[in-house]
Design a binder for this molecule. Structure first.
Ligand code: CTP
Length: 409
C-alpha cells in the first residue's frame, strides 16, 4: 500500500501556512488490511480510518458517484485498484486535490500548484457538483485566502450558480451548513464569504433576509455608504478586524434584517426596524440551528442596537429596562458582547471606521452602577418576594440617575 498526505495539509504547506490537521489517503489497500494494522474504522459506510497512535484520518482511495439528492445519496467505490488520480479528481478544488508522499514528492494531476500561484479557487472537474456544500466551502476559502489575493475562477462561480439554481442547496442539512457558516465567519475576511455567496445566487437561497438588504438605502447623514447590504458587510469586516467571537459576528450579520422589510415609500428611513427584524432573525437562527448563545445575542442586538447608539441620551428608566432585559447582573459577558456588536455596527460605516464609541464605556459604567446596589440592606428592612424585587429596581434606578448626572456634569 502507498500512503499520501492530501488536501489542506499539502495546500497549506505550499502556501507557507501552518498545518493543523493532516488527512491521508491510502492507495492499494483493503479494509481488512487496515484493520489488521490496528486502524480504527470511523463510520459504517465510509472507508475512513483513524491511525491507532496519531488519531489522524486515513481514507482508502475511492471514487464517488451520486445517486440522490443531498449528502446521503452517494455510492462509494473503494478498492485497491482505485488510483491516486481517480481519488483526487472527485475533490472540490484543484488546490485541495494535490497529494504528497513521504519524500514530499508532489502528485498534482489537476494543476493545483499552478492555481495556487495564480491565486485561483478552481473546481477540479464536473464532479464538484456532487456535493452542494462545496458552494459554501469555496466561499469560505475565498474569505480565508482573500488577503493573499485569491479569487474564485469565473467557471467555478458559474458552476456554483448552476448548482444553486438547480435547487441542490435546499437539500443541505442545517448542521452541515452551520459548520461552514461558523468557520467562514471566523475567517479574517468573513465579508468575502457573504459577497461570494451573493455573487453566485446562493445568498438568496440560504439567507434571503440578508440578500434583501442589498439595494436598500439608509440616510446618508448617518450612513455615508448608503446601501444596507454594503453596511452589513462593513460591520462584519470590522468585527473580524477587532477579533470578535462568533456570537458577535453572527449578531453583526443579522442586526439590520428589519431594514429589508421597510416599504420603499418610507426609504431611506427605517422606523422600528429593530422590532420588525426580530422574526427574520429568529427564522435565520432556526434555519441553521445556530447555537443558543449565537441565537440569543443576534436577537438582543437586533432589538437593542439603537438603544446602545443613543445610550447617552437614554432616560435612567430606559437604561434600567435595558440592563434588566440583558440580565447584566448574572450575564455580564453577554452584555459585553452586545456592546461589542453595537460598536462594530457604529464603525461599519464608510469613513467612520476610526470614530470613537463613547457609548461603550457609558453602558459599562451604567451596568456597574446598577450592579453596585446591595440587596442585604433591603432584606434587613424586611422586604420580601415581589416587593423586594421592586425595591431593588428602585435602588438601581436611583443609582442610574446619579450615574447619569455625574456623567453629564
Ligand atoms: N473535500 C472535498 N469536498 C468536500 C469536503 C472535502 O473535496 N465537501 C476534500 C478536499 O480535497 C479537502 C479534503 O477533502 O482538501 C479535506 O477536507 P477538509 O478537512 O474538510 O478541508 P481542508 O481542505 O483540509 O481545509 P480546512 O483547512 O478548512 O480544514
Amino acid at each position: 500500500m502507498q500512503i499520501y498526505k492530501v488536501g489542506g495539509a499539502v495546500r497549506d504547506r505550499l502556501l507557507g501556512k501552518p498545518v493543523t490537521d493532516i488527512d491521508w489517503v491510502v492507495v492499494g489497500a483493503t479494509t481488512e488490511e487496515m484493520l489488521a494494522k490496528g486502524f480504527r474504522p470511523v463510520g459504517a459506510d465510509f472507508p475512513v480510518f483513524l491511525h491507532p497512535k496519531s488519531g489522524e484520518e486515513y481514507a482508502l482511495a475511492r471514487t464517488e458517484r451520486k445517486n440522490g439528492r443531498g449528502y446521503g445519496g452517494f455510492i462509494f467505490h473503494a478498492s485497491p485498484d482505485v488510483t491516486l488520480e481517480e481519488d483526487l479528481i472527485r475533490r472540490d478544488l484543484t488546490i485541495n486535490a494535490m497529494a504528497e508522499d513521504d519524500q514530499q514528492n508532489l502528485t498534482d494531476p489537476y494543476h493545483g500548484q499552478r492555481d495556487l500561484e495564480a491565486r485561483l479557487l478552481r473546481h477540479v472537474s464536473p464532479a464538484f457538483a456532487e456535493d452542494p456544500l462545496r458552494v459554501l466551502r469555496v466561499a469560505r476559502f475565498a474569505a480565508r485566502y482573500a488577503e493573499l489575493g485569491f479569487t474564485v475562477a469565473p467557471e467555478t462561480l458559474e458552476l456554483m450558480r448552476q448548482l444553486t439554481e438547480s435547487g441542490e442547496l435546499e437539500a443541505l442539512t442545517p448542521e452541515r451548513s452551520w459548520k461552514e457558516i461558523a468557520r467562514a465567519l471566523m475567517e479574517d475576511q468573513p465579508q468575502v464569504f457573504i459577497k461570494v455567496l451573493r455573487e453566485c445566487g446562493a445568498l438568496k437561497v440560504l439567507m434571503p433576509e440578508v440578500d434583501a438588504l442589498f439595494g436598500v438605502p439608509q440616510p446618508e447623514a448617518h450612513h455615508p455608504e448608503i446601501d444596507t447590504g454594503v453596511h452589513t458587510l462593513s460591520v462584519l469586516e470590522q468585527a473580524a478586524l477587532h477579533k470578535q467571537p462568533l456570537t458577535v459576528r453572527w449578531a453583526c450579520l443579522l442586526h439590520d434584517l428589519g431594514k429589508g422589510l421597510t416599504p420603499e415609500e418610507e426609504w431611506p428611513r427605517h422606523i422600528a426596524h429593530e422590532h420588525k427584524g426580530l422574526k427574520l432573525i429568529k427564522a435565520v437562527n432556526e434555519r441553521f440551528k445556530a447555537p443558543k448563545d449565537c441565537q440569543e445575542l443576534a436577537l438582543l442586538v437586533g432589538e437593542y442596537h439603537t438603544h446602545s447608539h443613543r445610550a447617552l441620551e437614554l432616560k435612567p428608566s430606559t437604561l434600567l429596562e435595558l440592563l434588566q432585559n440583558f440580565d447584566v447582573y448574572r450575564r455580564p459577558q453577554r452584555f459585553e458582547e452586545f456592546i461589542a456588536a453595537c460598536e462594530m455596527d457604529a464603525r461599519g460605516r464608510k469613513g467612520l471606521e476610526q470614530r470613537s464609541y463613547p457609548q461603550a464605556d457609558y453602558l459599562r459604567g451604567a451596568a456597574t452602577a446598577a450592579r453596585s446596589v446591595a440587596v442585604q440592606p433591603l432584606l434587613e428592612k424586611g422586604f420580601k418576594g415581589p416587593e423586594l424585587g421592586e425595591a431593588i429596581k428602585g435602588e438601581r434606578l436611583k443609582a442610574l440617575k446619579g450615574y447619569k448626572e455625574a456623567a453629564s456634569a
